[in-house]
Structures are given as C-alpha cells and as structure tokens.
Design a protein around this ligand. Structure first.
Ligand code: KG4
Ligand code: ZN
Length: 366
C-alpha cells in the first residue's frame, strides 16, 4: 500500500510517500520537508498568516519533489493523506484542499489524518511497535501522555494546562535573546551550566494525574534573571541548566504517574514512545530511557527528522487507516482543534482487532 502524505499544520511544508507492507515497519520512499524557520525567526514564534502564505507558495513543488523521488504519479498511489488538523487553520486548509484535489483528479481515496494521531503512530512506521504503548508527545504546540491501544483508539492520560514543553523552552530562550526555535539553544547553553544553582519550582510534582503546568516555571526563570540582573554569560548557562533540570524532573514525575495510569487500564505497555521536537533533547532522552527501564519496557524514539513534523508520519497514519478500510469524503472539514479522543477508528465501540494485533491486517473488522 503506497500513500502520499501532506503536512501543513504549523511551520513545516512537507510531503512524503510511504509504503506499508502487510506487516512490520514501513518503507519511506521519499520525505521532503521545507522548514519556514527563517520566515518566523524575526518574530520569535510562528506567525499564522505568514505560515499559510508560505505553504501556498511551496506546497505544489514539495509534493512534486516527493512524488518524483518516490517514482510515483497520482494514479499509482493507493491513497492521498493530509493532516486535517489540529493546527493553524490557514495552513491546514492549504494542505487538505490540495490533497482533495489530487484525490479527486486521480480517483484515489482521501484520508484526513489527525496530526497527533500521526505522531502517535510513527513508532510503528519506524519500529513496527505493537499496541498497546504509551506515547509521550512533546513539541512546540503539544504536551501529551497518551495510551495508544490501536488505530483510532487513543486515551489521553495527561496534557499541559498552560504552555507546551517546547513553548516553555522557546520562551526561556527568548528571555535571554537566544534565537528561535529556542529548545536546541537552551540545551546548548545548559551543557556548560550548573543545574543546581537556581532553585526553580517543579510544578505539578506529586499530583496523581499526568498533567503538566509550565508557565510558572518560565516565570520563575524570569524572576531569577531579574533578581541577579545584569546577567552574565555564565548566569545564562546556569539559568538554562537549572530550567532544563526542572523540566527533566517534571517529565520524570508526570510520566511515572502516566505509566501507572496506563498500567491500571491496559497492563504493561509494549514500549514508551517519544515524539515531537523536544524528544531531540539529550537530557530528556536520558530521563525517558531511565523511566522506561524502571518499568521494564523499552524506549522507542524515532529519528529526529521523524519526531518533528513531517509528511512521512501523515502518509503512514493514512496507510494504517486505509488498511482498516477507513477513508474520508471530499467534504471533510479542516479543523483547528481536534483532540485525539475524537479520532474515530474502525470500531466506534473501541473493541477492534487492531487493539492487540502486532500490525492490523488489511481487512476492517465487521
Ligand atoms: O515537533 P516540532 O518540530 O514542531 C512542533 O512544535 O510541532 O517541535 C518544535 C519544538 C520547539 O518548541 C523547539 O524549541 C523544541 O521542539 N525543541 C527542543 C529541542 N529541539 C527542538 N526543545 C528542547 N531541546 C531540544 N534539543
Ligand atoms: Zn507536530
């Protein structure tokens, strides 16, 4: 099964072609990503209107490149998938409308993919990870702990009540005048900083759910910086290191709770899966592998280019859905908001063959 995937929900214009075999991990035939970081850097964050225009300008060419590199034409595809949300609505409209046009002209099925579902299923593309597993998704826009039971069967165990983790990194970087995106910059500064110098709060620590709260931590960094102003280069390194350590401690505590919740519902997970740009952070990765070892499971972290936004994950999620007989009509609406819990699978009652099978077969359950 060969599917084209289109991703335009944020600041990456991306298209990819992925092949899904009957079983096991997928094969990426092409994966083209155009980042808009330069367009947004001056503003210290993604500007929705600039993003939408940049998607319009670039998408046709990016799709053409992905199709050519994969040796495909629209008529040879088994399906056309696009992220239909959640995300910045201007960009989502561009990607979904383009996918509809290709699907209509080539008479191929359309699959409207939830962007979060695509992150959630990427471990199956790269590693063929069987269900059920625990997903930790941390990016600039999302922070979620999710029990992944099957295609279309997701239970959110925890989320952030304010800032996303990547957003907290970006805002901390901005405070010190470090360029956008701030995560990698903060990590670099933290490498030569003292993580114990500043006593920053660990919000939500000890709470029984798996929720996060990060805006207080970001504010605490600002207050410390103001208290010792003017800050030297070493002060910035120490503040970054202390901030990153607080994040690591919070993630460790919140994930321990999330995994307990997972265990109570579904038993042991087959893996702890990380996704999203924040998973590129070395200190966070180390913490994740410690947590996985604690509960006797493995940590699966897809390669960085598949952790951040890309078309391959959309194509793969489309292929997984298509294999279960799921497809969408051409009047499917783009959605700015689309919680994972609202994504439907092959069985609306949640008792699907996909729940326990290592990789679902190509037939939909009756
Ligand atoms: O998944 P992603 O590429 O895009 C979305 O937000 O959807 O994630 C980008 C986020 C940014 O907030 C960026 O600062 C953060 O991931 N990030 C990091 C690191 N690399 C990227 N955060 C901490 N440490 C890093 N090394
Ligand atoms: Zn994303």
């Amino acid at each position: 099964m060969v599917v084209l995937g289109i991703e335009t929900t944020c600041d990456e214009t991306a298209a990819a072609v992925v092949e899904r075999p009957e079983s096991g991990p997928g094969r990426i035939l092409s994966n083209v990503v155009l980042s808009q970081i330069k367009e947004h850097a001056a503003f210290g964050g993604v500007v929705p209107e600039i993003a939408a225009r940049a998607h319009v300008e670039a998408l046709d060419l990016i799709i053409a490149q992905a199709m050519a590199a994969a040796g495909q034409i629209p008529e040879t595809l088994d399906g056309v998938a696009a992220a239909a949300g959640p995300g910045l609505i201007g960009g989502v409209i561009v990607g979904l409308t383009t996918a509809k046009a290709i699907a209509l002209v080539a008479e191929r099925p359309l699959i409207a993919v939830n962007h979060l579902e695509a992150h959630a299923l990427t471990a199956r593309l790269t590693n063929g990870t069987p269900f059920p597993y625990c997903l930790f998704l941390a990016s600039g826009g999302h922070t979620q702990v999710v029990a992944v039971r099957g295609v279309g069967e997701y239970e959110r165990l925890g989320t952030t009540v304010d800032d996303a983790i990547g957003e907290a990194f970006d805002k901390t970087a901005k405070l010190f005048g470090l360029p956008y995106p701030g995560g990698p910059q903060v990590e670099k500064e933290a490498l030569s900083g003292n993580p114990a110098r500043f006593a920053l709060p660990r919000p939500m620590l000890g709470k029984l759910n798996a929720d996060f709260s990060l805006s207080g931590l970001k504010t605490a960094v600002r207050i410390e910086a103001e208290r010792i102003a003017p800050v030297s280069e070493q002060d910035v390194r120490d503040l970054c290191a202390s901030f990153q350590q607080a994040i690591v401690d919070v993630i460790t505590d919140r994930l321990r709770c999330g995994l307990k919740m997972f265990n109570a519902r579904l038993g042991a997970p087959t893996a702890l899966v990380a996704a999203g740009g924040v998973a590129a952070n070395e200190a966070i990765r180390k913490a994740l592998s410690r947590i996985a070892a604690e509960i006797g499971t493995t940590l699966v972290v897809p390669p960085a280019e598949l952790c951040t936004d890309n078309g391959a994950m959309i194509a793969w999620a489309g292929a997984e859905r298509l294999a279960l007989g799921l497809r969408d009509t051409l009047d499917t609406a783009p959605r700015a908001r689309w919680p994972l819990a609202e994504v439907r699978g092959p069985d609306p009652f949640g008792v699907s063959a996909a729940r326990t099978a290592p990789l679902p077969g190509t037939t939909a359950p009756a």
